[in-house]
Design a protein around this ligand. Structure first.
Ligand SMILES: Cc1cc2nc3c(=O)[nH]c(=O)nc-3n(C[C@H](O)[C@H](O)[C@H](O)COP(=O)(O)OP(=O)(O)OC[C@H]3O[C@@H](n4cnc5c(N)ncnc54)[C@H](O)[C@@H]3O)c2cc1C
Length: 385
């Protein structure tokens, strides 16, 4: 079925994104994957091509294109090129950090940070998760205490993408001096520059998406000026909750894009590969598997496309975003598994894109809120809680 989500402008943007993948990513991606680190030049190259900070208003150096279809095109191109780790790194910067600054930052903060985020000279991380607090962010123990006009931040974060390669982190910290499980107004958000003193820990050894760096961050009385508090004190959890739909939509979009790519890859492979004197696609089993997969890919695309439209209209609420993330991220795991199976032993080899996709998508039902948390959010909305 033909999708009717995109218009001419999006297809022109797709060409730019595709060329970017060929020219700036493809030649080095394998090396980045081995080294667990992308070259920072990929960020400035993306900035030059206008691929970062799409939603940023022109007065702060952006293209002022909040239409989420452009971000979706970019994710589809990363999936097609099998450059999913670059997609993850950009997602953290653009879907997780940026919306908080746009929504709650002062004009002075926007002027200070956004132009460099758009140009790729300032790479950012989102630092919420801690060793003892992931799904339940009220357990965050990193604390910020006032000292003169500044804040002193102490604590530890983990699983932080762009944490080694990046320049700054949006940090969730406890600001009410409480201990134990905090309340909804116990936490605040700070933009903290690496130069202000936090220290990345070891490079975490992920099973997939290895070209993007993921690490722990350590804060030992890191002095942060009052001007780096985002929005109001005590509002951190509320802000994070308000911005969750975009982050979850992004994960649904990536899931859908990888599902489509896995299907296309499996069709191409089974047309080429022979066994028992026939092409693998000529076995009825193969066609049955591909029939199921295609129906699921199209259903996922339709659902995600609708969610993108709803987001553009300001209608994607928390429960709707949780449902679409739940559905798409669970579907893509099953789809990549079946497409990998059709590759036989080659599907198990990391040099084959389907093997890398299989490992990459395992993250999608974990980060940005696990599937269990998505079910909880959706279930509560059904029960009217
Ligand atoms: C590769 C990777 C990159 C990441 N990048 C970032 C990042 O850049 N920044 C950041 O801040 N975080 C990041 N994360 C963290 C991610 O968001 C968390 O791992 C995730 O939210 C789950 O938290 P947890 O790992 O502490 O699991 P836990 O919360 O300990 O959950 C363990 C299990 O318990 C289940 N569970 C928890 N609560 C409930 C409940 N109420 N009902 C039923 N089941 C429940 C979970 O679903 C899960 O199955 C990343 C994680 C990974 C793996």
């Amino acid at each position: 079925m033909k999708r009717n989500l995109y218009e001419e402008d999006h297809e022109l943007f797709r060409e730019v994104a595709s060329e970017f993948n060929v020219r700036e990513v493809a030649p080095d991606y394998e090396q980045w994957d081995r080294e667990h680190m992308m070259d920072r030049k990929v960020w400035t190259a993306a900035g030059e091509q206008g691929l970062l900070g799409l939603a940023v208003p022109e007065e702060f150096g952006g293209a002022e294109m909040p239409d989420y279809r452009f971000r979706a095109v970019l994710d589809e191109e990363f999936a097609k090129a099998n450059h999913l780790a670059v997609g993850l790194a950009f997602h953290l910067h653009d879907d997780m950090v940026l919306p908080h600054i746009l929504a709650y930052g002062t004009d002075e903060q926007k002027q200070r940070w956004l132009p460099d985020m758009v140009s790729g000279e300032r790479v950012t991380s989102i630092a919420m998760t801690e060793p003892g607090a992931g799904s339940d962010l009220r357990g965050v123990r990193t604390k910020a205490v006032q000292d003169g006009g500044d804040w002193l931040i102490s604590g530890q974060k983990t699983f932080i993408g762009n944490g080694i390669s990046g320049d700054a982190a949006l940090v969730l910290a406890r600001t009410d001096g409480s201990s134990g499980r905090g309340s909804s107004d116990s936490f605040s958000l700070f933009m903290v520059d690496k130069g202000e003193g936090y220290t990345p820990g070891r490079q975490l050894d992920k099973m997939g998406l290895r070209a993007s760096d993921t690490t722990e961050l350590f804060f030992d009385k890191v002095r942060v000026p009052a001007e780096n508090l985002i929005g109001g004190q005590g509002q951190g959890l509320r802000y994070a909750a308000e911005q969750l739909p975009q982050g979850r939509l992004a994960i649904a979009v990536a899931s859908s894009a990888v599902a489509r790519q896995a299907y296309d890859t499996a069709v191409a492979y089974t047309k080429e590969r022979n066994a028992f004197g026939e092409r693998v696609i000529d076995f009825q089993n193969t066609r049955f598997v591909l029939a199921d997969v295609l129906a699921e890919v199209e259903a996922t695309e339709s659902y995600v496309d609708n969610a993108i439209r709803a987001f553009n209209e300001g209608q994607l609420d928390t429960a709707s975003a949780a449902r679409v993330k739940l559905f798409a991220s669970e579907r893509v795991k099953s789809i990549t598994d079946r497409c990998l199976q059709l590759h036989g032993g080659y599907g198990y080899m990391l040099e084959y894109p389907i093997a890398q996709a299989f490992l990459a998508v395992r993250l999608l039902s974990i980060f940005g809120g696990t599937s269990e948390i998505m079910r909880d959010v959706v279930g509560r909305s059904i029960a009217g809680k």
